[in-house]
Design a protein around this ligand. Sequence first.
Ligand SMILES: Nc1ncnc2c1ncn2[C@@H]1O[C@H](COP(=O)(O)OP(=O)(O)OP(=O)(O)O)[C@@H](O)[C@H]1O
Length: 262
Amino acid sequence: MRLQADNISVKLGGRRVLEGVGFDIEPGQVIGLLGPNGAGKSTLMRALTGQLPAEGAMRLGAHDLASISPAARARLIAYLPQQRIIGWRLTVRDLVTLGRLPWRAFGRRPDSGDEAAIARAMEMADVTPLADRIATELSGGEQARVLMARAIAQQTPLLIADEPASGLDPAHQITLMQSLNRLAENEGRTVLVSLHDLTLAARWCDRVMLLNKGRLAAFGTPETVLSEAHLAEIYGVKAHRARDEDGLIIAPVGLTERQNRD
Ligand SMILES: Nc1ncnc2c1ncn2[C@@H]1O[C@H](COP(=O)(O)OP(=O)(O)OP(=O)(O)O)[C@@H](O)[C@H]1O
């Protein structure tokens, strides 16, 4: 489904932390949300998921996100928060099964459609070998993958993931981005994912949004948005950009002179 936002602003603690953010995202794409710490990435994601009051208009397909019920929202948007908290001593399979709750009448056992969605989500997040382990007894990166599997199992048209790659080893970072691309390309889902790794964003995102101080500084292909000039101006870093047959490689290697003086 198409995701549209028009002039979104959010005030927190009396301070405007998002200001006039607008975009229009066609379905079937992985969109990277980038920007320095405090730029407003989580705030934007929480506004889109109805967790924060926001000014402006947000639509997903024909749905006005400001006025839909929580039950309808849970069938439209899956959200992976930045804080990875697992509250219950559940097995990994049972925790991923919770992702199916929006689609099941209360108390009904998972049917074959649910089971297929759960198995596929566990495979995409590479947690199938952990299925019978207690989720709270897993490592930080393993827990992150389990929570990602739960969000994927929800099978919503929009998947919003706040720093899903943080804490993952390099192989699992790539597996994650491959899975998000499969969801977008094969199933037409819209994926909005915040990232701090510039190379992951450059190679795996169709489009990149760059937030700075609560405003949308740039939105476009990784090639244009993650330019040396933007990286210097917004992140305050000097970066090497190189290219191989699979795309762009961006490695921050130092601070700009301005950043060094600050
Ligand atoms: N409850 C709050 N009250 C006041 N200010 C807040 C509150 N929550 C967040 N902020 C501020 O809003 C701004 C945006 O925060 P946000 O968490 O959206 O940033 P972010 O881009 O996700 O950063 P990071 O990369 O560190 O996760 C920050 O300056 C933060 O201090």
